[in-house]
Write a protein that binds this ligand. Structure first.
Ligand SMILES: [Zn+2]
Length: 456
């Protein structure tokens, strides 16, 4: 079955055709590791993890090469190091580890490569030298700049006109900048910047600009022309536009054949905070919700559309997973080894239509709930195969059910603690527990037979 993907470059849905089906390449811009990841930062890894799974199913797991980089040098990282007095490497190692743990909890398969910017500085310098030689870049007072007017089709990805770009750029014609749209390839070291954030180069000590990192890492691990380059909508301009400028002017060939961008995630912050407190970070959300629930919530909308991330979306997603796992649990048989159902494959092959794929999976659960036991092995096999393609349902259904039981035990223990506190006349503690549970949406009911609780 053909895979069709919406290409930002052509603004059309196109049939995907890799350069080499034995080595399909995909690059997704990764995080800058200076703090915890926001749930919005998790949308591209989850959306393009579904694509990675689909490509592996279509071309073979060993024939798809996926790189997602780690930006481990940047102004924010240098700022965090200065603020905390910790070495840069300590900060980036910590937040990279947390990021990888968070993504793993969301069911994201580890990409084939995770290149680090600081390990590819030589490759960046090489591309910048080529750009200077070819007349696309020049040395200013504060480093090396890409000269935007030197590229005739600059702006083709974002569709921005020159006027838009100049209006959007910070107009600083100082520093030896020849054109307001020109952007930094190499930044000369500033006094006071730590030694681990500077590298020697033909233009003196300094560090790379952000855009050149991806051009160099994509080339080093995947090649000069990628099949797919993806990321969030906010990266189209200037980041991806500038990656194209650097790579295409240096190599004389397209940087990527298909450019995919996911839509924004908006937070219904008022409603969320009522029940969840600080909910913006994946790390915090994982304390309250199962990673699989968060994943399903992120996949509930089409990746190109905006997604409103609300508490009720999470509640619904949890209920959907309960229903799916319960259907699997009822079918107490060995599953058949079958492929994912046609409907699910077709939905995902049509520009990653996850809402439709999830509806197909849900219909399969409905069918399973009504089916005769002799049909269970096939239906169970189909549900599991669909789940594997979506990155869902791979846990023991009994464990999923027990997850709920341990949650109930935890609440029971808190309620018992409150009863004990009241008996000891420690009303402050009793009140603290009541408030803590109320914040989770749990109401305690005191009656003659003791205290019980319910979710409100
Ligand atoms: Zn990038």
């Amino acid at each position: 079955m053909d895979i069709r993907l919406h290409n930002t470059l052509t603004r059309e849905k196109e049939t995907f055709s890799p350069q080499n089906p034995q080595r399909v390449t995909m690059y997704v811009c990764g995080p800058t590791v200076w703090s915890y990841a926001h749930i919005g930062n998790a949308r591209p890894p989850v959306a393009f993890d579904v694509l990675f799974r689909l490509l592996r199913a279509r071309y073979g797991a060993n024939h798809v090469v996926y790189a997602a980089n780690i930006t481990d040098v940047d102004d924010k990282i240098i700022g965090a190091a200065a603020e905390t007095g910790k070495p840069i490497a300590e900060i980036t190692a910590l937040y990279e580890r947390i990021y990888r743990e968070d993504m793993s909890a969301l069911g994201v398969i580890e990409p084939t490569f995770r290149p680090h910017a600081t390990e590819h500085v030589a490759g960046m310098i090489e591309i910048i030298e080529t750009l200077v030689e070819k007349g696309h870049a020049y040395e200013g007072q504060n480093g090396v700049l890409f000269h935007v007017p030197s590229m005739t089709d600059y702006g083709k990805l974002s569709g921005r006109t020159r006027d838009d770009m100049v209006a959007g750029a910070r107009v600083e014609i100082d520093g030896g900048k020849r054109d307001p749209a020109d952007f930094a390839l190499w930044k000369a070291a500033k006094p006071g910047e730590p030694p681990e954030a500077r590298w020697p180069s033909p233009w003196g000590e300094g560090r790379p600009g952000w855009h050149i990192e991806c051009s160099a890492m994509a080339k080093a691990v995947l090649g000069e022309t990628l099949d797919i380059h993806a990321g969030g909508l906010d990266l189209i301009f200037p980041h991806h536009e500038n990656e194209i400028a650097q790579s295409e002017c240096a190599h004389g060939k397209p940087m990527a054949n298909y450019w995919l961008h996911n839509g924004f995630l908006s937070m219904d912050s008022e409603k969320m905070s009522k029940s969840l407190g600080n909910v913006k970070l994946v790390h915090d959300l994982l304390k309250e919700w199962d990673g699989e629930t968060l994943r399903l919530a992120l996949m509930s909308g089409h990746y190109r559309q905006p997604l409103d991330f609300t508490a009720s979306l999470l509640t619904q997603s949890k209920a959907t997973l309960d229903r799916l796992y319960n259907a699997l649990r009822r079918m107490d048989v060995e599953a058949d080894e079958v492929g994912a159902p046609q409907g699910v494959v077709a939905a995902l092959s049509d520009d990653l239509n996850t809402p439709l794929a999830l509806a197909e999976l849900s219909a399969l659960a409905t069918e399973a709930n009504k089916a005769e036991p002799f049909e269970w092995p096939r239906l169970k096999g189909q549900m599991l195969a669909a789940g594997a393609l979506l990155g869902l349902l791979q846990r023991d259904p009994e464990d999923w059910a027990r997850g709920d039981a341990s949650e109930a035990e935890r609440i029971d223990a808190l309620v018992a603690g409150r009863v004990a506190a009241r008996k000891a006349k420690d009303f402050a503690e009793a009140d603290r527990i009541r408030k803590e549970l109320a914040a989770e949406g749990i109401e305690i009911m005191d009656g003659p037979e003791g205290s019980t609780w319910r979710r409100v």
